[in-house]
Design a protein around this ligand. Structure first.
Ligand code: UDP
Ligand code: MG
Length: 201
């Protein structure tokens, strides 16, 4: 893949009542933005405010971001799936990362994701090998979910993979072409195909 100076990476962050998380997000992401630039991509942020009832918007506006920031505001709380859908519909960057505001997934992985993308991967997934931070009930229910889903559906959702991922713009375009308006993003991401590369953590 040829590397041009103005290739961009959009990081889409759905945000619902995340006023406390935003300053932490800024602090943790600042070195990550440097890593992304070092890998030849210009990072930018796309926040989707999903009808927050707190000062999420003000917190985003008040922070001193070292990157371009776009803020999309949904008219009410629609849920994370809808927020992601809105974010994906608004980006035309070369690569797109989807991640949560609460930094539950390690953003340091983004640099590795970019490295796989540079080698031709169209989808790079973060895969949790350790769910010990989840309670036993959440772990059991997650296990049931994947097992049940994959028994009844011909489209397999990879185990322990959340929405944290990097997608090439071609994949984003494929996702954006689907007409579903009540979306289950894990399923949609799997449905559009493209062999994923996994990064375990
Ligand atoms: N989120 C959202 N709308 C909602 C609920 C959550 O946009 O109605 C966002 C939230 O701000 C966070 C991400 O989705 O960035 C994941 O939310 P959460 O951590 O609550 O979910 P979980 O970790 O349980 O998947
Ligand atoms: Mg979370």
């Amino acid at each position: 893949m040829t590397q041009t100076a103005d290739q961009t990476l959009a990081i889409i962050v759905p945000a619902y009542n995340e006023e406390d998380a935003i300053p932490v997000f800024l602090r943790v992401m600042t070195p990550v933005f440097d890593d992304i630039r070092a890998s030849g991509l210009t990072p930018r942020l796309v926040f989707v405010n999903d009808g927050s009832r707190d000062a999420t918007v003000q917190a985003i506006a008040a922070a001193d971001w070292p990157v371009d920031v776009q803020l999309l505001c949904l008219s009410r709380n629609f849920g994370k799936e809808a927020a992601l859908t809105a974010g994906l519909a608004h980006v035309d960057d070369d690569a797109v990362v989807v991640m949560d505001a609460d930094l539950q997934d390690p953003p340091e992985l983004i640099a590795q994701m970019i490295a796989h993308w540079r080698k031709g991967a169209k989808v790079v997934l973060g895969r949790r090998t350790d769910r010990s931070e989840d309670g036993p009930l959440k772990r059991k229910s997650a296990q049931w979910f994947y097992r049940l889903h994959n028994q009844i559906s011909s489209i397999e959702i990879p185990y322990n993979v959340g929405d944290f991922r990097l997608m090439d713009r071609r994949v984003v375009e494929a996702v954006n072409q689907l007409p579903e308006n009540r979306r289950f993003m894990k399923g949609i991401f799997a449905w559009v195909g493209f062999e994923p590369v996994f990064i375990d953590y």
